[in-house]
Ligand binder design. Structure first.
Ligand code: UT7
Length: 333
C-alpha cells in the first residue's frame, strides 16, 4: 500500500464585507430572530461586484501554500470544488492556476456542491496513494450572494448562504507514521436532484435565455428546506457510522466532528444522533453562513490555526447537500 495522503497546509479567505442579519432585514422581509433561531447564523460575508469564486480561491490557495512551506511551482495538480464558478465554462481550476502564475499542471473541477470538498479530498487522496501526484492543491470556493432571491419566495434560502473560500495542500505522508486520510465514503441519490437545485440557465431551453427568463425566476437556487433538513440529519450520521466501522473506530475515538455548516440545528442533530459531545463538534456557521463547498475547509483551517486540532487527533468530516450527495472522511491529523 502506498503512503497515505496528508494535509500539509491549510488556508482560508473570505471577502471583507460582513452582512449581518440586521443588514438583511433592510433588504428583505426577515428578522434577526428568525434567522438565528432557525439556523444559528448571525452574519456572513459577501463578495463585491467583479469578484468571483476563482479570486477568493486564489487568496485561500496562497495562504495554504505559505502554510505548507512549499513553492507554488511544486504543485503538480489542482482540484477545485464549487457550485458557483465564475463562468459557465471553463471551470475555476484553470482560472486559479492562471492567477497563481502556474502553467501546464492539470486542473480539475468538482461539481458536488456541499459535498464538494470531501469528494475532491477523496480524489486527491486516491491520486496521492496511487503515486500519481506529490503536491495537490485543493481549493473550494463560492460566491453565492450575487444570485439569491431576496423576495419572500426565496428568503428561506437567501438568508443561509455566504461567500468564502478555503484551500489545502495534500501530499504523501513520507514519514508513513499512520497520519493522513484514513478513508472517504461517497454517496448520492439523484432522485432528489430537483429538491435543492438551480434549474437554469439550461441548454435544454432554446434559446437558453428566452423572453421572460428573468420573470420565471428559474435561475435562482431553490430548496425544499424541510426535506433537505430531514435527509441531512439522517444521512450524515449514517455516513459517519459507516466510516468509523470501516476504520475499526468508535465515536469515543473521535476528537473532532467537522460537519458541513448547512444549519447549526442540523449540526446539533447530527451530534445528538451520533452521541458525540457538542464540544467536539466544530461549528462556525454563526459567522460565515453556509459557504457550501468551502464550509468544511474553512472550519478545518480555523481549527488548525487556533490550536484546537492537534497532531494525532482523529477528525471526522461529513457533508450533505444538493444532488442529493453526501459523504464522510476520517483523518488522523
Ligand atoms: O447545505 C445544504 C443545504 N441546505 C440546508 O441544509 C438547509 C436545510 N433546511 C433548513 O435549514 C430549514 O428548512 C430552513 C432554515 C431553510 C427553514 O426552516 P423551517 O423551520 O423549515 O421553516 P419553514 O420553511 O417551514 O418556514 C416557516 C415559516 C414560514 O412562514 P409560515 O408559512 O409559517 O407563515 C416561512 O414563510 O417561516 C417563514 N420564513 C421566514 N421568515 C422570516 C421562511 N424564511 C424566512 C425568513 N425570514 N428568512
Amino acid at each position: 500500500m502506498n503512503k497515505k495522503a496528508i494535509i500539509s497546509g491549510t488556508g482560508h479567505y473570505v471577502p471583507p464585507k460582513v452582512v449581518t442579519n440586521h443588514d438583511l432585514e433592510k433588504v428583505m422581509n426577515t428578522t434577526d430572530e428568525w434567522i438565528q433561531q432557525r439556523s444559528g447564523i448571525r452574519e456572513r460575508h459577501y463578495a463585491e461586484e467583479g469578484i468571483g469564486s476563482s479570486d477568493l480561491a486564489t487568496q485561500a490557495a496562497l495562504r495554504a501554500i505559505e502554510d505548507a512551506q512549499i513553492d507554488k511551482e511544486e504543485i503538480d495538480f489542482i482540484i477545485a470544488a464549487t457550485l458557483s464558478p465564475d463562468h459557465y465554462f471553463p471551470g475555476i481550476g484553470v482560472l486559479v492556476q492562471s492567477k497563481l502564475g502556474l502553467t501546464e499542471v492539470g486542473a480539475m473541477d468538482v461539481r458536488n456542491q456541499c459535498s464538494g470538498f470531501i469528494y475532491a479530498l477523496s480524489a486527491a487522496s486516491g491520486y496521492i496513494q496511487a503515486g500519481m501526484y506529490k503536491k495537490i492543491l485543493l481549493v473550494a470556493a463560492e460566491v453565492q450572494s450575487s444570485n439569491l432571491d431576496y423576495s419572500d419566495e426565496g428568503r428561506d434560502l437567501a438568508v443561509l448562504f455566504g461567500d468564502g473560500a478555503a484551500a489545502v495542500i495534500i501530499e504523501p505522508n513520507e514519514k508513513d507514521d499512520g497520519r493522513g486520510v484514513l478513508s472517504t465514503h461517497l454517496f448520492s441519490d439523484g432522485r432528489f436532484a430537483t429538491e435543492l437545485w438551480m434549474d437554469s440557465p439550461s441548454p435544454k431551453d432554446r434559446p437558453t435565455f428566452y423572453p421572460g427568463f428573468l420573470e420565471d425566476k428559474r435561475h435562482y437556487p431553490k430548496m425544499n428546506g424541510k426535506l433537505v433538513f430531514k435527509n441531512a440529519s439522517e444521512k450524515m450520521p449514517k455516513a459517519v457510522q459507516i466510516a468509523l466501522k470501516h476504520n475499526g473506530l468508535t465515536i469515543e475515538d473521535v476528537d473532532h466532528l467537522l460537519p458541513h455548516q448547512a444549519n447549526d440545528r442540523i449540526s446539533l442533530m447530527v451530534a445528538k444522533i451520533l452521541k458525540i459531545p457538542v464540544e467536539k463538534v466544530i461549528r462556525n456557521i454563526d459567522r460565515f453562513g453556509n459557504t457550501t463547498a468551502a464550509s468544511i475547509p474553512i472550519g478545518l483551517d480555523e481549527s488548525v490555526k487556533s490550536g484546537r486540532i492537534q497532531q494525532g487527533d482523529i477528525i471526522v468530516l461529513t457533508a450533505f447537500g444538493s444532488g442529493f450527495t453526501w459523504a464522510s472522511a476520517v483523518m488522523k491529523w
